[in-house]
Design a binder for this molecule. Structure first.
Ligand SMILES: *[C@@H]1O[C@H](CO)[C@@H](O)[C@H](O)[C@H]1NC(C)=O
Ligand SMILES: *[C@@H]1O[C@H](CO)[C@@H](O)[C@H](O)[C@H]1NC(C)=O
Ligand SMILES: *[C@@H]1O[C@H](CO)[C@@H](O)[C@H](O)[C@H]1NC(C)=O
Ligand SMILES: *[C@@H]1O[C@H](CO)[C@@H](O)[C@H](O)[C@H]1NC(C)=O
Ligand SMILES: *[C@@H]1O[C@H](CO)[C@@H](O)[C@H](O)[C@H]1NC(C)=O
Ligand SMILES: *[C@@H]1O[C@H](CO)[C@@H](O)[C@H](O)[C@H]1NC(C)=O
Ligand SMILES: *[C@@H]1O[C@H](CO)[C@@H](O)[C@H](O)[C@H]1NC(C)=O
Length: 925
């Protein structure tokens, strides 16, 4: 079809950014300074251009201490709605590129919530950007093979804050180092690119690396990234040129430095973002030491992968000489999140191992996007000067364009086109008829001309709106055969001829008034009398349809109301309100019953700020804990009623069961089930620790139990309950060492509808949320803080507050643990009395604990996220435990526990290339 392509807008603006890449300093370099206002060249020689042709979003200036680069003084941000906001960049098909997006938040919106949103490349979810620090640059890189002349990078799905972007960079490769056989289905997402032995913390990049890859310095040790360095590790470097051949091998500057394991070993531990998963991993070696005729032979030792330890690296021999590159690696290897690796000298080698650089990328599965992608692209290309045609990216993924709806197939189809009143002119684009999944088509209120094209292939069409256009020609007869057509509107066009009789049936809502030359079958005299359809029958039908819709609507409403009632609302409905009715719901003990049960308060089993706890036994043999509240803990009867109401409606297997109360003789007494094994505190620090320290797996299980109890308080109770005084002495253990949370003495109902209640700050030093302390605004995140402290205690066996344990100037477990964990030194805080444990599960908990004790509540996870992490840690630990007990003789490295964890992770992989193909020979790139 010759689409008469009319520009409708005099003020045509462009959302798309088509950048001529060849004008940049290197062919194929695009450096977009998002929010910038002018071109400039940075100190590296990279030429930056502003993204000022983008009409979406707003730009703003930011200022971050010690960040002087111009491209980081501005950013562009977008509304936090359900749309996606895309940059479209020109690329050359069949060419490989690196795309890099960076995000420096700089508190641009003065919001106390850090942004979290998604970034996608075309239809593929690339990463979730989680800002956790206003002054740190978040960076994402992907290597891809361009298949189309453009790519789209889109931001969407803001779960907190607003999506924003600081820079977007494109770097074209010219060789094939990153060619893989999986390229058509997977992108490579960069996890680690490390320059070992670097002489400073600054990365090596352009112009040293002509492709501007960023080679991170190994002396820049971030929190638990590149740690556990073996004793005897030394840096070496040379000025002699290195033969790196051509192509995209690491630049000479990277290869001129290395680390050497003087004591025979090089060890490192890395956290690999995005893993566990399958990845592309290469190491780069060049002999740069003057070794005379001494030999240097070593092996890679990856715990749990004995096969990988067979091949021997002899750099000089493998590279065919000194100062030459040797680059063994794996195109497809399964790696864990926490990767510990070692290079170890062979027994006949006189020198320890040497390592210059390494690169690890994760395979990211591509999403092929909507099946209608290319068809709709041919349609929107006809309207390239209108904003709706330039939304960019895939029509359906990750979220659909604003005027499109899609189904939820893995490869979605377009089901609805909504272009009413968009000033469309010319013919209806024929390619729309190729959208075979179309259910609704809205093209009304435009200036479309010509005939109605053949939609007979769109058999799912139910609703067609073509009214108020300038369409001419006949109403096509296929319309009567569309099996699902329910509504057809063509009024106010210039259609002519006769209406196909098949359309004049009672099941179709059909309006064709206002077409002067359109006649009802063979009856020219009767034109234009028909408002809808042709008979009274249809009118009745319409009324019927409307009525039935209303009825359905109503029915659905009722249904959903019922649905709500069925929602779990724990015992709350049993208790109608405060006061006597409430007390009826809880069992009321008489004082003499209590006296008998406790044998006149004979055995004291505990005490706290709120009273003394006595052991008791009811007549039926049930053991109870009787808590006699000190007189001033409740100001009056009403407060006590509140408490009893609250307690009586909370039932959960991980909460200590409330059995009843007694209010006589001026005493307020609460009765609970008796917990045989005492408090968690006693087991961690008390005399009981000398009996037997609790194992790591047991600690994890206790944490899970307690977390579930707290989660129930936060989400299972209506209104939610905030504990306010979580601590190890409030976590009780039963005979079987299952944990339950106790002591709701400080609980307050969270006020419905708002996220906090204001009240006098109460809680226990060491566990108290600092934000709550300052603001007096209580939220469930205050409990999360306290729980984070408990997790740290479980890891370390240290009390929350101690004058001795944590060194000078630090009394607090949070500061102390944070310092260690962020420096990657988790070993420094682990309880010495723990037996074997798996380091990966330990890391998981340590990292989650740090999240829980973040200064701002909004940055802390919810209890359900915490539970998920604990459960993951438990399954890792169980797997590792099974492995420990299964094969006890494979002690390749000293830290047995670490070994087994990786063993488990890697055992699952069968997919890595065999040694012979890859590591023994330099890979044929
Ligand atoms: C900025 O650079 C781009 C491409 O590098 C060029 O097309 C544009 O004209 C330049 N703008 C100005 C104002 O110099
Ligand atoms: C950002 O700073 C530049 C120059 O420093 C200024 O011209 C511009 O108006 C500022 N933009 C905003 C949005 O404040
Ligand atoms: C900025 O740099 C100065 C000097 O190098 C240093 O003292 C200061 O701590 C840095 N500030 C930040 C926020 O990194
Ligand atoms: C949006 O983000 C949330 C949280 O990260 C995620 O669970 C959800 O799947 C995302 N939605 C889409 C459409 O990607
Ligand atoms: C319709 O789509 C086909 C393939 O999708 C394309 O080759 C053709 O040029 C398109 N026609 C128009 C008029 O855009
Ligand atoms: C359609 O065009 C008219 C006149 O040019 C303009 O005023 C109107 O805003 C346009 N409508 C849309 C939706 O683009
Ligand atoms: C049919 O279309 C005409 C013109 O838009 C309108 O006045 C009339 O109300 C429509 N009939 C029905 C039943 O919607």
């Amino acid at each position: 079809m010759e689409a008469t392509r009319l520009r409708l807008l005099s003020t045509a603006f462009s959302l798309i950014l088509l950048l001529d890449a060849t004008t940049a300093q290197m062919p194929g370099f695009v450096s977009l300074d998002c929010g910038g206002t002018g071109n400039f060249t940075d100190e590296l020689g990279l030429e930056w251009t502003p993204d000022d042709r983008l009409i979406d979003g707003k730009i703003t200036n930011i200022s971050v201490a010690n960040e002087t680069r111009k491209q980081y003084q501005t950013l562009r941000y977008f509304p936090a709605d359900d749309r996606k906001y895309c940059y479209t960049l020109e690329v050359i098909s069949r060419t490989r590129y690196l795309v890099r997006a960076t995000f420096l938040y700089g508190n641009f919106d003065n919001n106390n919530v850090y942004p979290k949103f998604d970034i996608s490349l075309g239809a593929t979810h690339w990463a979730t950007i989680v800002i956790s620090d206003a002054n740190t640059i978040e960076l994402q890189e992907l290597i891809f093979l361009a298949l189309d002349p453009t790519i789209s990078v889109c931001l969407s799905n803001a779960t907190t804050g607003q999506p924003f972007i600081s820079t977007l960079e494109l770097r074209q490769f010219n060789g094939s180092i990153y060619l893989t056989q999986y390229e058509s289905q997977f992108y490579l997402s960069i996890s680690a690119r490390i320059n070992f032995g670097a002489d400073s913390e600054a990365p090596v990049r352009y112009p040293d690396d002509p492709f501007d890859r960023i080679w991170e310095s190994d002396s820049l040790r971030k929190a638990n990234y590149l740690v556990d360095v073996a004793v005897g590790t030394e840096k070496v470097s040379t000025k002699i040129p290195i033969d790196v051949s051509s192509g995209e091998r690491p630049p000479q500057k990277v290869m001129q430095t290395a680390v050497v394991g003087r004591n025979g070993s090089l060890t490192y531990r890395l956290n690999l973002d995005g893993f566990p998963g399958f990845g592309w991993a290469f190491t780069y070696f060049a002999e740069i030491e003057d070794v005379g005729n001494k030999s240097r032979k070593f092996r890679l030792v990856l715990p749990g992968m004995p096969d990988l330890s067979k091949p021997i690296v002899n750099i000089e021999e493998n590279a065919l000489g000194k100062y030459r590159l040797y680059e063994p690696g794996y195109y497809n290897i399964s790696l864990p999140f926490v990767l510990s690796f070692r290079f170890g000298r062979t027994s006949d080698s006189s020198l320890g191992p040497l390592l210059n650089a390494m690169e690890i990328n994760k395979y990211l599965k591509k999403n092929d996007g909507s099946v209608d992608g290319s068809v709709i692209a041919s349609v929107v290309s006809l309207y390239s000067s209108t904003d709706w045609a330039l939304e960019g990216g895939d029509p359906c993924l990750p979220v659909p364009w604003s005027w499109v709806q899609c189904n939820s197939d893995p490869q979605p189809r377009i089901t609805k086109i909504e272009l009413s009143g968009k000033n469309l002119t010319g013919n209806i684009p024929t390619n729309l008829t190729m959208l075979s999944g179309l259910v609704e088509l809205w093209l009304d209120g435009n200036s479309l001309t010509g005939q109605i094209p053949d939609f007979s292939g769109c058999v799912d069409l139910e609703i067609i709106h073509l009214e108020n256009n300038q369409l001419t020609g006949e109403l096509p007869s296929y319309m009567a055969e569309l099996p699902n057509l329910r509504e057809l509107y063509v009024q106010n066009n210039k259609l002519s001829g006769t209406v196909p009789t098949g359309l004049l049936n009672n099941n179709l809502v059909f309006n064709y008034t206002g077409n002067i030359n359109l006649y009802k079958g063979g009856n020219r005299g009767n034109r234009n009398k028909i408002i809808i359809g042709s008979s009274v029958g249809a009118g009745v039908l319409l009324v019927a349809i409307i009525a039935s819709c209303l009825l359905m609507h109503k029915a659905r409403k009722n249904y959903s109301k019922q649905g709500q009632l069925e929602h779990p609302m724990p015992a709350q409905r049993l208790v109608s309100s405060l006061g006597d009715a409430a007390k009826d719901a809880a069992h009321c003990f008489t004082f003499s019953e209590i006296e008998d049960a406790t044998n006149k308060f004979e055995r004291k089993v505990g005490s706290g700020g709120f009273g003394v706890v006595y052991y008791g036994k009811l007549i039926d043999g049930k053991e109870i804990a009787v808590k006699v509240l000190t007189s001033n803990s409740y100001q009056g009867k009403r407060e006590f009623s509140n408490e009893v109401t609250l307690l009586s409606r909370i039932h959960h297997r991980n909460l200590v069961q409330f059995l009843g109360f007694c209010q006589e003789e001026g005493k307020s007494i609460l009765v609970y089930e008796f917990m045989h094994s005492g408090t968690l505190k006693e087991h961690l620090y008390g005399p009981r620790t000398y009996e037997r320290s609790i194992s790591w797996i047991k600690r994890l299980e206790i944490a899970e139990d307690a977390a579930k109890g707290i989660e129930y308080l936060h989400t299972g109770c209506v209104p939610a309950v905030i504990h306010r005084d979580l601590k190890t002495s409030n976590i009780l253990l039963d005979k079987n060492m299952h944990a339950k949370v106790s002591d709701f003495g400080l609980s307050k109902l969270a006020v419905d509808g708002t996220s906090h209640v204001s009240s006098i700050v109460r809680g226990t030093v060491g566990y108290l949320d600092p934000e709550y302390y300052i603001s007096q605004q209580l939220t469930d995140k205050s409990d999360v803080y306290s729980f984070g402290v408990i997790l740290l205690e479980l890891i370390s066996g240290q009390e929350a507050i101690s004058n001795e344990s944590f060194g000078v100037n630090c009394r607090n477990i949070v500061q102390w643990a944070k310092l260690h964990i962020e420096n990657g030194n988790i070993q420094g805080i682990i309880d010495l009395s723990l037996g074997e444990y798996d380091i990966q599960s330990m890391w998981k908990i340590a990292e989650k604990a740090l999240m829980c004790v973040q200064p701002h509540g909004s940055m802390r996870p919810s209890m359900s996220e915490v539970i998920k992490e604990i459960q993951d840690a438990i399954s890792i630990e169980r797997g590792a435990k099974a492995a420990r007990e299964g094969n006890s003789n494979s002690d390749e490295i000293s830290r047995n526990s670490m070994h087994s964890s990786l063993n488990m992770d890697l055992a699952a992989s069968e997919n890595y290339l065999s040694i012979d193909e890859s590591i023994t020979q330099p890979t044929a790139r």
